[in-house]
Design a protein around this ligand. Structure first.
Ligand code: GRF
Length: 222
């Protein structure tokens, strides 16, 4: 195991729902394997179970209900203000179901990661598992990418593949993909926190080298 990092990077996690990826980050932090410290969890939905997970871990949990704002710009402005309080080195989006404005993204460029349930660039957007099955792909999976102004199209850092089985339905496939998400997201966050991963000129670098293709997690890796 690699040693613990002395000065953990402050992280804010953005969520909207059940928060299993948030949990994987919390668990990694507890094990001393995140390289960062989750300072706050912010949800745009008051009923997100992710908020409960944060509270159970004694992490500040905030709600900014998007329904209370006149438009996307107003919501994002408030989100920016609330995030700024924590001065995060990284904003980790973990099932955050909002499209962010260019203002927001430009302000945090290079400091935002997202987890997406497909092998990007395949199946951007929603409902990825059903679409993957309908397309008849042999492999599906998940990706961690930097967030840029192109939806689900920022540079991909790491992916994990999952073989599609003949009897798969959307739920079964989603569950297997999710298990891989919980491995690759903490890993990518750790790389970022340790200063091994960065974005420059719209490209991702890992360990000082341009990532010409995403790091692929070995299928047997658990
Ligand atoms: C995950 O599948 C993630 O890839 C996607 O939204 C889902 C969130 O799940 N962006 P959870 O809230 O982390 O359990």
């Amino acid at each position: 195991m690699i040693g613990k990092v002395d000065t953990p990077l402050p992280i804010v996690v953005l969520v909207s729902g059940r928060g299993s990826n948030l949990q994987s980050l919390i668990d990694a932090e507890r094990r001393g394997e995140l390289g960062g410290r989750i300072e706050a969890v912010i949800s745009n939905r008051p009923d997100a179970f992710a908020l409960e997970r944060a509270r159970r871990a004694s992490i500040t949990a905030e709600v900014i209900d998007h329904k209370a704002f006149a438009d996307r710009t107003c919501f994002d402005r408030e989100l920016m203000n609330r995030i700024a309080v924590y001065q995060p080195g990284l904003i980790a989006m973990a099932g955050f179901m909002r499209i962010l404005t260019p203002d927001f993204i430009d302000r945090h460029m290079g400091r935002m990661l997202n987890i997406h349930p497909s092998l990007l660039p395949e199946f951007r957007g929603l409902d990825t598992h059903r679409r993957a099955l309908a397309a008849g792909v042999a492999y599906h999976g998940c990706s961690v990418h930097f967030v840029t102004n192109d939806l689900d199209a920022g540079p991909v850092v790491i992916q994990a593949r999952v073989k599609v089985e003949p009897d798969d339905d959307s739920d079964r496939l989603a569950a297997r993909v999710l298990r891989r998400e919980h491995i690759i997201y903490p890993l990518a966050v750790r790389w970022f926190c340790e200063g091994r991963l960065w974005l420059k000129d719209s490209r991702a670098y890992l360990n000082g080298k341009l990532l010409t293709e995403p790091f692929l997690l070995d299928e047997k890796h658990q």
